[in-house]
Design a protein around this ligand. Structure first.
Ligand SMILES: Cc1cc2nc3c(=O)[nH]c(=O)nc-3n(C[C@H](O)[C@H](O)[C@H](O)COP(=O)(O)OP(=O)(O)OC[C@H]3O[C@@H](n4cnc5c(N)ncnc54)[C@H](O)[C@@H]3O)c2cc1C
Length: 445
């Protein structure tokens, strides 16, 4: 019987995990991963670190040998159309790839909201390494439009590279999806101390040669304007194929689109009306789509996302419901650190932490388990004193043991890291995806 042909469009994390899972499900299938950026999949959440000197080669998730070893054919081209009758993906190189199963993992682009001058050359939405290269050419003051994680992370790295940075936020506070009001106020002080100027309640109306101007008349010097104001899913291949598209490509819990044999995952997919726009979710959805495209039968189980950001010289983490009125009194763990726990019906439902890095996984597990409020004292203690790992195991098991980052889901596998076992990693090892410390990894059973 002829080998099954699986074509995956999009070389982001969803496409990558789809290819990996497809190979794990079907050892014989022909697998093509179409990488439209002309490079292998890379850690997109870390692109702003290029401004502070992170070499580009450190951003690749895997090198070319990894794909070759798994017989995943990487194709550096863009898919222009998909013909549903002949089951062929046409590429801008002129080539066509026939498929039996198709995975669309075309991701998203940065949203550029309405404002006069938003089509100027010095206006960017930060999404790709190519965007970073273009922005790097502007060394003057930068205005960032957006008060969420992406805007703050970009602000931190641009400001550390020596640029004057102003953040324009639409809301009356920063990180309103990740922090409650008290946490936002605490964080704002750290941002200002880091030398970043913040303009809240700001609505951009005009970008001219050298300024970004707000509706209320405030104006800020800007050699470049960066939008960090949400995403737009890339769905252009889906509608002509006859797939159901809302704000993104609609999928079911198997990541299957409205047509058998066609799957979508990651930032281009919409499940139950929702697109997460997160690395961990894209990674997990891609794995389900790839496995099912190869003949498996997997279901995507959504997890409550945790948000983590390393910026402004601190770490901000939040998880679960942070809008409950029933919040445990604020604790200043020490100068520059902040923590708050949220309860509902006397059970822990969410947490936000600023400036503590050692016990995130413990707090996350406590939220997942719905820790009773009267046991919270122990958790506060854990925030001061991260507990050591007390796992007993054989030497053989330890050598091959995989570890999972409890915060973002990244898996550390010795087999993919020159056989270096987790225990031998330096103490200052951090998760390559989300940047948390070694304490936040747990063994994968
Ligand atoms: C600066 C930044 C920081 C972020 N920080 C975090 C964070 O801290 N935590 C977190 O969870 N998430 C973060 N995210 C979001 C996260 O990176 C995305 O959710 C994730 O990368 C989405 O993966 P994806 O594979 O679905 O899509 P993408 O990463 O967008 O990949 C899609 C790929 O498909 C390609 N493509 C599109 N159309 C075609 C075509 N026709 N032919 C061929 N190829 C095509 C695109 O060029 C792209 O390479 C961040 C994003 C950015 C930009």
């Amino acid at each position: 019987m002829a080998e099954k042909k699986i074509v995956i469009i999009g070389g982001g994390v969803a496409g990558l995990s789809a290819a990996q899972a497809a190979r794990e499900t079907d050892a014989q299938a022909e697998i093509h991963l179409v990488c439209g950026e002309g490079r292998l999949p890379y850690y997109r959440p870390r692109i702003c670190e290029r401004f502070t000197g992170l070499p580009e080669e450190k951003l690749a998730v895997h090198d070319a040998d990894w794909y070759a070893a798994r017989r995943i054919n990487t194709v550096f081209a863009r898919a222009t159309t998909v013909n549903r009758e002949t089951k062929q993906v046409r590429l801008n190189s002129g080539e066509s790839l026939p498929y039996d199963a198709l995975v669309i993992a075309t991701g998203a682009r940065g949203n550029i909201p309405e404002a006069r001058g938003n089509d100027r050359q010095n206006v960017f939405a930060l999404r790709t390494l190519a965007d970073i290269d273009r922005l790097a050419a502007y060394t003057g003051p930068v205005v960032i439009v957006g008060d969420g994680l992406l805007g703050l992370e970009a602000a931190w790295h641009l400001s550390r590279s020596g640029r004057a940075v102003t953040i324009i936020g639409r809301n009356d506070r920063l990180l309103s999806r990740q922090l409650d009001k008290e946490g936002s106020v605490f964080f704002l002080r750290l941002v200002e101390e880091a030398g970043v100027h913040v303009a809240l309640n700001g609505e951009l109306t005009l970008i001219d040669e050298q300024r970004a101007v707000l509706v209320d008349g405030r104006a800020f010097e800007a050699a470049a304007v960066v939008f960090a104001a949400g995403i737009k899913s890339v769905t252009n291949l889906a509608a002509p194929l006859g797939l159901e598209v809302g704000r993104a490509i609609r999928v079911d819990e198997r990541m299957q689109c409205s047509q058998a044999g066609v799957y979508a995952a990651g930032d281009c997919a919409e499940l139950a009306g929702h697109t997460a726009g997160l690395w961990t979710v894209s990674n997990a959805q891609g794995a389900v789509a790839g496995a099912n495209a190869a003949g498996g039968d997997r279901i995507y189980q959504p997890e409550a996302p945790s948000y983590l950001m390393n910026a402004m010289g601190t770490q901000i983490w939040s998880y679960g419901a942070i809008d409950s009125e029933e919040a445990e009194g604020r604790r200043l763990l020490s100068a520059g650190r902040f923590g708050k726990l949220f309860f509902r019906a006397s059970r822990l439902v969410g947490a936000e932490l600023i400036g503590t890095s050692g016990a995130l996984s413990r707090v996350k597990k406590a939220v997942d388990a719905g820790l009773p409020r009267d046991a919270a004292e122990e958790l506060w203690h854990a925030l001061e004193l991260p507990s050591p790992t007390d796992l007993i195991m054989t030497e053989e098991r330890r050598k091959t043991m995989k570890y999972k980052c409890d915060v973002c889901g990244y898996i550390y596998d010795p087999a993919e890291n020159d056989g270096v076992e987790f225990a031998d990693l330096p103490e200052d090892f951090t998760c390559p995806v989300c940047g948390v410390s070694k304490d936040n990894f747990s063994p994968v059973e």
